[in-house]
Write a protein that binds this ligand. Structure first.
Ligand code: TYM
Length: 328
């Protein structure tokens, strides 16, 4: 049976980008694959969060994973820092990762630009830690959004390089997985790029109806099309992309036809979009609210997940140590 793994940093609540980029695929896969889903709390240290924020966010994300339908009986849900084996593999990959290639990673370059006072070694080696997360279970498929493509390339590179150096066929190259065969980039509501926590343009799964409505009604639009069938500018395309994700095809086609006929009223479209986002989020929101206070349950889930993950990680490490030449 093939193995699937995915992860998320605990830096706030889950938003629609996380859901459609990664969580949705994962939920669909848990019946057919050997699944691991983890919370990347070590990765979140690159931005130096406060201890209480890590604790709180980890619990929040755990509850939100479960509310989205990830079943702890089927998938191993665990916290990265509970799986110490990852650190050892991270060290091995770092020995074969080169400064030049790590410095060329786009997200690293972006961080250097955004936080010049905190260009730490953890940021530089972010891709090797991510490769260790994935390859510790020798995962075949990794549900991720489009923004993780380069990190996935690096994971494949480190897998290939390990095999080449030690002349083995041990690690498979993990592939990115997308539920509709196309990498997903969920746009934000500010007319620019992707939806993200740090971009301040996100709709969270836990947002209530009023909040969703307010956010959607504020979304950037223009004065409307003037020529039939004209190409949609980015902010408008973003609204349609969101609608495609949460609304029925009939609703999408209705507004698309209106746009193409230059008869669209953005106010109506936004109202419908807000309604459909709310209909989508409402049941998840209810489950989040029901689970998030239940610390005993959340701890039990994380413990069960860590036990399952440990068994698989230990096996990989035993084999890797032997390949590298350590006594076992
Ligand atoms: P993170 O925490 O930024 O995001 C978690 C997942 O959500 C996806 N995502 C999106 N997908 C589509 N559109 C968006 N607007 C959007 N925003 C976020 C991300 O692609 C990701 O799949 N490096 C990872 C965490 C990680 C990981 C791993 C993932 C660490 N180790 C191993 C997979 C496998 C990250 O920062 O994701």
């Amino acid at each position: 049976m093939e193995t699937v793994l995915s992860g998320i940093r605990p830096t706030g609540n889950l938003h629609l980008g996380n859901y459609f980029g990664a969580v949705k695929s994962f939920v669909k896969m848990q019946d057919e694959y050997n699944c691991y889903f983890f919370i990347a709390d070590w990765h979140s240290l690159t931005t130096h969060p406060k201890p209480e924020n890590i604790r709180q966010s980890t619990r929040t994300i755990l509850a939100e994973y479960l509310a989205c339908g990830i079943d702890p009986e089927k998938a191993a849900i665990y916290v990265q820092s509970d799986l110490k084996q990852v650190l050892e593999l991270y060290l091995y990959f770092n020995m074969n990762a080169y400064l030049g290639e790590l410095e060329r990673v786009t997200s690293f370059k972006e961080k250097v630009r955004k936080q010049p006072d905190n260009v730490n070694a953890g940021l530089l080696t972010y891709p090797t830690l991510m490769a260790a997360d994935i390859l510790i279970h020798r995962a075949d498929k990794v549900p991720v959004g489009k923004d993780q493509e380069q990190n996935m390339e690096m994971a494949r590179l480190f897998a290939r390089r390990f095999n080449r150096i030690y002349e083995v066929e041990y690690f498979k190259e993990p592939e990115s997985f997308h539920f509709n065969h196309k990498a997903v980039k969920v746009p934000g509501l500010d007319g620019s790029g992707k939806m993200g926590k740090s971009e301040g343009n996100a709709i969270y799964l836990v947002d209530d109806e009023k909040t969703i409505q307010k956010k959607v009604m504020r979304a950037v639009t223009d004065s409307g099309p003037t020529v039939p069938n004209q190409e949609k500018p980015d902010p408008i395309q973003n609204l349609f992309t969101l609608m495609e994700l949460v609304s029925t095809p009939d609703t999408y086609n209705y507004f698309n036809d209106k746009y193409n006929a230059c008869e669209i009223r953005y106010g109506d479209m936004k109202k419908q979009l807000a309604q459909d986002i709310n209909a989508f989020c409402a049941p998840i929101r209810e489950r989040i609210l029901a689970i998030q206070g239940d610390d005993d349950y959340l701890l039990k889930v994380a413990k069960l997940g860590a036990e399952k993950a440990e068994a698989s990680a230990e096996k990989t490490l035993r084999e890797v140590r032997q390949i590298i030449g350590f006594r076992v």
